[in-house]
Design a protein around this ligand. Sequence first.
Ligand SMILES: [Mg+2]
Length: 376
Amino acid sequence: MVTVERVEAIPVSYREPTDHNRFRSVCLVKITDTDGRTGWGEGCAYFPEATLATARIVEGMAPLVVGQNPLQTEAIWHRLKDHSWWYGTGAGIASIAISGIDIALWDLKGKQLGASVLDLLGGPVRDALPAIASLHGTHESIDAMAEEIAAHTATGLQGAKVGFGKAGNAHLGFDEARDLAFVEAVQAAMGPGKDLMIDLGVRNFWDVPTAIRRARAFEERGVAWLEEPLGHDDPAGYAALRAATGIRIAYGEREWNARGVQRIVETGTVDVVGLDPGRVEGITGFRKAAEICALNRRQANAHNFSTAIVGAASQALSFACPACHVLELQPVYGPAQKDLVDRPVWHTKGYVNRPDGPGLGIEIDEDLVASARLDR
Ligand SMILES: [Mg+2]
């Protein structure tokens, strides 16, 4: 029987052009089987200290994976969950470590079987998956931002999700008049038929009355969804917001697992549930969480804001899970999304390309990985 021979944790750091070229760190995981095949995964820890901690946890979990049959992704996932019962209870970096290992095992499983991860997940539940742009506010000039965003959607992307409260001098999410001027300018520049989603950042702080005012104004202007207007965990605040507006409310990307997703869905205040495959316990965890969304008629949305490995996992999952309706792509060129793999996820005329195997359908540029190591 072919078994897992080696599990490597590879902490890397790269500049993220979509986020003002700030350094971003993730823990890649490379799993090699006894036939020499490799599978790659990624844990989205984002910060260097968290990435190094994730690497140590992956190394600590490795003995539970080595010698196992990589086809048994579900069984190994449960073994890792059981192992981290103390430090991974309900939340924490254990979930990020499990994510990296689990994604790598799915990739390896597909390569062993000569099948795509999408087929292993049961195949596509939709023929076409709309692609939208994932962007941050960038300039002081609203017109310049609107022009830039519209240039991206002019390539066919069916809308744009724009992050407020980010680095730089866009100063979005702080002033109502400026926010509404931004929304109107972007919608005018993109033209009809394109969706605009607004995603509040951690630097923005809206209390409930502010969130209600802004949500009502955005709703009047047809904003498709409003993300994290009250952060990631404010059930009472979100209940008040939900009662006051009809705008679709998005949050969830900071949940660690399906249990957390179930908890927020049960509040009745989330319409679009963000799920990060590099955080929510991998492909196995994402699917469990997305199934909760589907059973409760909520939309799930992959938080695809990391390297091309999470991009490939998000692509397969978004085609396979009935709760996923769109996929965010990063149209700003970045090596971590475009050069790391031979076939980065992209779109044709606004629809996400169908993934093709084996595994995640990507080959990793290991020289680029080596040059980005955080622990060199
Ligand atoms: Mg977000």
